[in-house]
Design a protein. Structure first.
Length: 426
């Protein structure tokens, strides 16, 4: 046992030296990946363009919920599979490059379907591509978070995530304003939404190329390759051994249920105020700027205090934005609402994605990320469907009050039961 510990200590020391030696290069590569890749993906993930596009094709709030649920289903199914795909590998970047390529092809498919297919087929294929987009996004979320944890020290992750989100937010907001104010408004190339998604594809592809500059060291500790069923069997002991992580998992699930309202913010705005392509671009820009540039502040706060504080504060801002939406009577007020919604939801996602890296042993990290992502996206399947049914058969305020209730419960659980994992004995 002693010899094994000496080998492990030597391996960890060599690993840490490689991380420090390549830190500047890897930091800049992650920054470039975020600026371009997140710009493109945020155009699809924002609660504006895709819901408005689906509604323009279907005329149904319920179909909007179905489309988002299909995407979430893909993201729910793949994280655990992705974890078992990489946790035995010394390097994960090659798998990430292949997965990232497949992910970006779905964005291209959504754009091309809009240009070349009639409305009925276009709607069906957009749902198919969204499902595949979700599947590969779920895989990428695990792989690239593991990669981040390998090459960026814990005390720098908040600033890096905040900075790349902030820079991506500026470019995403500019592209969103261009997409709404020009591409959608003028129906560019015969389909303004498809043209916007084509721009998103080009940007995400540029982001993927930035990862070619990463120098990834071999992991000093990996697991023996197992299947998904075997790793699921390891989950109950993992949660029993780390009850703090179990509390975090429950809080993430409740916060994900708070996304029940995400596709319906813009539909409610279109119902209460006159919203055209230009206004849609402004709202998307406001949401993305807040969700990303303010992440720099969230990141600095996290590096000083830990991500538990960020998790709580972002939930509070997200709840406040939802309340504000119910009283918004002008377009300027609506812009302020989308700023609050973007800041809150962006901070929550950042807290969820980075805080999970700080629990437990390194070799179990893919499983922890996979479980968090699968569990939250499972709620992402149910939430848009439930929201669509509520919006169709009751009204939009019922959707928003449900979202507020879930987020309040998540905040209470974190405030009362979750200890900041940074610095705890592992």
């Amino acid at each position: 046992m002693a010899a094994a510990e000496e080998v492990d200590a030597a391996g960890e020391a060599e690993f840490a030296g490689l991380v420090r030696g390549n830190l500047r290069r890897n930091y800049l590569a992650h920054l470039g990946h975020g600026i371009f890749g997140q710009t493109g993906f945020r155009l699809l993930q924002a609660p504006t363009f895709v819901p408005a596009y689906i509604y323009s094709l279907s005329g149904s709030e319920l179909i909007v919920g179905v489309a988002r649920a299909v995407q979430a289903l893909g993201q729910c199914l793949s994280p655990l599979f992705s974890a078992t795909l990489i946790e035995h590998r010394r390097k994960v970047l090659p798998v990430g490059m292949r997965t990232g390529t497949l992910l970006r092809l779905q964005v291209l498919g959504i754009a091309l379907a809009g240009f070349f297919l009639p409305v009925e087929w276009n709607l069906a294929m957009v749902c198919v591509f969204l499902g595949l987009f979700g599947f590969f996004m779920g895989m990428q979320g695990v792989i690239f978070n593991v990669l981040l944890s390998k090459v960026i020290p814990v005390e720098l992750r908040g600033r890096l995530s905040g900075l790349r989100n902030a820079l991506a937010g500026v470019t995403a907001a500019a592209v969103a304003y261009l997409g709404g104010g020009w591409l959608v408004e003028t129906n560019a190339l015969g389909n303004g939404y498809a043209a916007t998604f084509l721009v998103a594809f080009v940007l995400t592809e540029l982001g993927l190329l930035m990862l070619l500059f990463i120098a990834e060291p071999d992991s000093p500790a990996v697991r023996v390759r197992t299947g998904v069923a075997a790793r699921l069997a390891d989950l109950p002991p993992l949660l029993r051994a780390d009850p703090n992580f179990a509390v975090f998992l429950a809080a993430c699930v409740l916060g994900a249920l708070g996304r029940i309202a995400m596709p319906y913010y813009v539909l409610y705005a279109q119902q209460t105020l006159e919203i055209g392509g230009r206004e849609l671009g402004v709202l998307t820009a406001a949401f993305l700027l807040a969700a990303t540039t303010l992440n720099l502040g969230w990141g600095l706060l996290a590096d000083r205090t830990g991500f538990r504080v960020v998790f709580l504060a972002s939930l509070a801002v997200w709840i406040a934005g939802t309340f504000m939406l119910l009283g918004a009577g002008s377009f300027s007020a609506l812009v302020a609402v989308f700023v609050a919604l973007g800041a809150g939801s962006g901070g929550f996602m950042m807290g969820q994605q980075i805080l999970v890296l700080e629990f437990g042993a390194r070799e179990d990290l893919p499983l922890r990320i996979g479980v968090i992502n699968s569990a939250t996206e499972a709620m992402g399947v149910l939430a848009p469907l439930a929201g669509g049914a509520l919006a169709t058969f009751v009204d939009f305020p019922a959707v928003f009050f449900c979202a507020i209730a879930f987020k309040l419960t998540a905040a209470a659980l974190v405030a009362l039961r979750l200890r900041e994992p940074r610095g705890l004995a592992r």
